[in-house]
Structure formats: C-alpha cells, structure tokens
Design a protein around this ligand. Structure first.
Ligand code: NAG
Ligand code: NAG
Ligand code: NAG
Ligand code: NAG
Ligand code: NAG
Length: 475
C-alpha cells in the first residue's frame, strides 16, 4: 500500500488540479535509497547525429528514487481535514516532466497524422485519425508519477524535424489550471491544437478526471477538420492497494465538412475484466451508414474490419461463449471491500481475419520501469541540448530548475526549488492584485473554437520569431 495516497495527487496532477502550493519541504524519509541502476550510461550532453538528423536521448540522466520508505500514513495525517485540492505530496511521487510536456506526448504517434494526410480515401483517413486519437492517450498506461504543475506563463516548445512538426504550449490559467497547445506540420499538411482543463471527481477509492477541452485536427490539404474530446481517466486505489489506470467513455471524432463521424467507445473494465482497456467503435457517414468497425485496446493495438465480417464474428463468438459458460463455473463474487484490483485476466486483442492493423503501441525501453515508466518519446522531452539555451524562451519547461534537479536525481535540490518557484508565483500574484493588474497570456488568446463553438484557447502566432522581450520572469 505504500503508494496509496500518491495517486490522489497523481490524478490531481494529471489533471493539473492540486494547488501544488502548500508543499512543506522534504518529508520524513531521506532520499538516499536510490534504485541502483546499471543499464545505461549517463547522458553527458553530447549531441549524436546520424544522417544529419539529430538523435534524441533514450534515457534519463538518473534512475528514479524508490518510494518505499515514504509512509503514506505520515502524509495522510498531515492532510486530515484539508480540501482535496490542498493536499500536496512529497516530490518523490512526481515524475520529472511538466504537465505541458506530458500533453506533448499526444504527438508521439504523429506518423499517423502524416499517414492520414497522404491517404486519398476519406474513410481510410478517418481510420488513421481515429488510431491517432487512441494512440494519443496510450502513454498514460502505468504512468502513476505526477507531472509538475506548470507555472502560470510557463511554455514548452518541441520541434521534431524527423517527424515533420513543431509544437508550442503555454499555461494560460492557474485557477483553474488550463494548458493550451498548438502543433503544426513543417510542410503545411496539418494543424493540431487544443486546450486541456480536466475536471476531477473523488469517489473514495478512485479519482476520476473528466478531460474538458476540445482537441482539433485540421488536415489542410484535404480541407478537413476533425474534433474530439479525450476519454475519462480514472486512477483506482488512491488510498489502498495497487494503483492502476482505466480510461472510459465515448469519444466522437467528427468530420466537420460532412458530418461523418467515428464513434469510439472506451469500455469500462466490468466485473470480470473482459473489457479491460478495450476500445470499440465504428465509422459512419451522415446518413448513419456504417462503413467499418474499429476495435482493439488503447494499451496494445487497433484494428479495422468491415461491419459484416465483424458482426458475423461476434455471433460466432457468442455461441462459443455460451457453450463455455455451461461447462465453467462463474467465479465466486470476489471480495473487493478494500481495493478495486485490476483484473488479472489480460487477454491480448484477438484479430478477426480480414482486419487491417491501424496502430500498434511501441514497446517501452527496458529501463522504463526504473524511469517512471516513460516511453522513449517521454525520455527525450526534457532534454536540454547544448546550444538550445540560446534560442529557447526563458519560460520553457526545460529551464525549470526543480524538474531539472529531479531528473538528475537531486531530490533535495528539486524540493527546495519547487518550493521557491511556487512562493515566487504566489508573491507575483499578490503584487498583481495590489496593482490591479490582469495577467495576460503571451502566445494564446481565449476565444471560440470555430468548429465546435466551444470556449477554447487559440494560438496567436509568432512564437517561433523568438521575440521574448516581454516575457515574465517565472523561474
Ligand atoms: C528504507 O526502509 C528499509 C526497510 O525498512 C531500511 O532497511 C532502509 O535502510 C531504509 N532506507 C532509508 C534510506 O531510510
Ligand atoms: C560524451 O560522450 C561521448 C560519447 O560517449 C564522448 O564522445 C564525448 O567526448 C563525451 N563528452 C564529454 C564532454 O565528456
Ligand atoms: C470529411 O469531409 C470531407 C470534405 O467534405 C469529405 O470529402 C470526406 O469524405 C469526409 N471524410 C470522412 C471520413 O467522412
Ligand atoms: C510502473 O509500472 C508498474 C507495473 O507495470 C507499476 O507497478 C509501477 O508502479 C509503475 N511505476 C510508476 C512510477 O508509475
Ligand atoms: C518584440 O516585441 C515587443 C513587444 O511585444 C515589441 O515592442 C518589439 O518591437 C518587438 N521586437 C522586434 C524586433 O520585433
């Protein structure tokens, strides 16, 4: 149970909702019990090149620290009576990324957007977009570390020439926390943008996040716009038991030019776990004619198959199932009083003959477990390459000293810096309210999403001109 409460905050964090401001310094345990890590070498900051494309680092400079010696009870005691949003956790429950970097992980499978741009068949394009929407939440799997809450005005940029895009994001509001991002293809093929402001509910054993905010993908050469909202995310066993993450709810990807849509159902795992992590849906046109079925798991892969084949297969399967049930006893009602354990049955996706593979998750590096369960892509996000400092905005996450210290394994320094930054943010806010000054965002403006008419934050452009003259000093 040692992680226990950790995840209230993970969640709060994933959701960016904890105040992150009442942190009281390094807690009970010391940080000496580092996991001994022998796999990879330290990254000394050299800049490997291959064929002119820069290679990104595939490991962090230091392994994570064990959480074993942190007493959840010790933390809980201090929190009794506090509002959920006031609880903050020792930094040992964090992961060394800002929430702005965490949402950048949507871009890990950008090749699917690039593929969509190249396809001439509109149904195949929708399939690729649907696979992208699912792949964008796949990096959440097993990531129970809490990303750092972005400071107001914090930014993150990422240019990946190898994948053909660049991205800029900004923390545009602190209460409630809102992160806005805008990515664009380097050759003018697509624009991908959104603003994320998760809403949290605490259900006693779990924390559920409703991912408010619309995500918009524009395929410019096809003149198509797709919008959707991410599924709900739930972290189970925040108090007791083993933490695990479930995503559920209906994601509707709308083609605004025609009214065609793809409906994806992220299934709740259910009593016996048969549906664990399953995603199932279909593409239909305006006249509600189904064109194909899409199925798989967000932790594994997605397939597409025509509707008739799918229905036929399902019927055959049902027959088989009812035979099996006669010969097999139902499991006794599991004793689930203390924790909602993740079902152990973890079947892989059964491929229906005739299906086309849309996406498969890449395996995580071997040292991932010692590095916050990061994917290869996540490993590279906070890399500060030599020379980068000369052109990065001074508000960029990579320059945040607390995250940098944590990444380097210096937990005491990370805690001190985190506290200092939060204090600095608080006092800046006080000064502004004294002077009756309003905070103004720098690269994004509040507005209406032209396709959904919902409230959104839109990029005003110009970030890559690199005129940083009026940026606040937040670090
Ligand atoms: C952590 O706990 C274990 C077992 O209680 C103990 O042996 C170890 O010395 C502790 N490590 C630190 C750094 O306190
Ligand atoms: C960093 O490592 C690379 C490859 O291991 C090596 O060639 C380079 O000299 C090192 N740089 C420094 C500054 O130590
Ligand atoms: C989306 O809209 C475009 C533009 O009208 C249309 O050509 C295309 O067939 C639609 N795509 C899908 C997948 O329905
Ligand atoms: C990494 O994943 C394993 C299970 O695969 C889990 O037990 C562990 O808590 C995870 N670690 C973090 C930091 O989320
Ligand atoms: C940079 O931006 C500031 C204010 O935003 C403006 O006054 C200044 O002229 C700009 N500098 C250049 C070189 O564009």
């Amino acid at each position: 149970t040692q992680n226990g409460l950790s995840l209230i905050c993970v969640c709060l964090s994933v959701l960016g909702l904890d105040s992150d401001e009442s942190y009281e310094g390094t807690s009970e345990a010391s940080f000496k019990d580092a996991v001994v890590y022998d796999g990879t070498q330290r990254n000394n900051g050299s800049l490997p090149q291959e064929n002119g494309i820069r290679k990104h680092r595939t490991t962090l400079p230091a392994p994570m620290f064990s959480r074993n010696n942190f007493s959840v009870w010790g933390i809980l005691k201090k929190c009794i009576g506090l509002e959920l949003s006031k609880i903050t956790m020792p930094i040992v429950f964090n992961e060394p990324l800002s929430f702005l970097q965490r949402i950048t992980e949507y871009m890990e499978h950008t090749y699917l957007i690039n593929k969509a741009c190249l396809l001439s068949d509109s149904i195949e394009r929708m399939q690729a977009v649907a696979a992208f929407a699912v792949s964008a939440v796949a990096s959440q799997w097993d990531r129970t570390g809490k990303p750092f809450n972005p400071l107001l005005g914090e930014t993150y940029e990422l240019t990946r020439e190898d994948h053909g895009y660049r991205l800029i994001s900004e923390q545009v509001s602190h209460h409630p926390p809102i992160s806005a991002f805008h990515a664009e293809s380097l050759v003018g093929d697509f624009v991908f943008h959104g603003s994320i402001y998760p809403k949290l509910k605490f259900w006693g054993k779990s924390v559920e996040a409703e991912p408010k905010g619309t995500i918009t993908l524009e395929l410019l050469k096809h003149g198509e716009v797709y919008t959707w909202t991410n599924p709900f995310c739930c972290v189970h066993n925040v108090i007791l038991g083993k933490l695990w993450i479930e995503q559920y709810g209906t994601v509707e990807i709308l083609n605004h030019s025609t009214g065609d849509k793809c409906v994806l159902n992220f299934k709740p795992c259910g009593m016996f776990g048969k549906e664990l992590h399953r995603v199932e849906g279909y593409i239909q046109d305006k006249s509600k004619k189904k064109h194909c079925v899409i199925y798989g798991k967000w932790t594994e892969c997605m397939w597409s198959v025509d509707s008739q084949t799918y229905e036929a297969n399902k019927k055959a399967e049902k027959k088989g199932d009812s035979k099996k049930q006669k010969s097999q006893e139902e499991p006794e009602g599991a004793d689930n009083d203390d924790a909602d354990d993740m079902p152990e049955v973890q079947e892989t996706v059964a491929m229906i003959p005739g299906s086309t593979l849309l996406w498969r998750i890449s395996s995580r590096p071997q040292h991932s477990a010692k590095m916050y369960n990061f994917t290869n892509f996540a490993m590279s996000l906070n890399e500060l390459e030599p020379g980068m400092q000369d052109h990065l905005a001074p508000t960029d996450c990579r320059l945040r000293p607390d995250i940098r210290a944590m990444e380097n394994g210096d937990m005491d320094e990370a805690s001190r810096e985190k506290e200092r930054l939060e204090e600095k943010q608080r006092s800046a806010r006080k000064d502004r309210s004294k002077d009756e000054e309003e905070w103004s965002t720098r690269w994004f403006q509040s507005g209406t999403n032209p396709y959904t008419s919902s409230q959104d934050w839109l990029y005003t452009g110009g970030y890559f001109d690199r005129n940083y003259s009026d940026l606040p000093v937040i670090y």
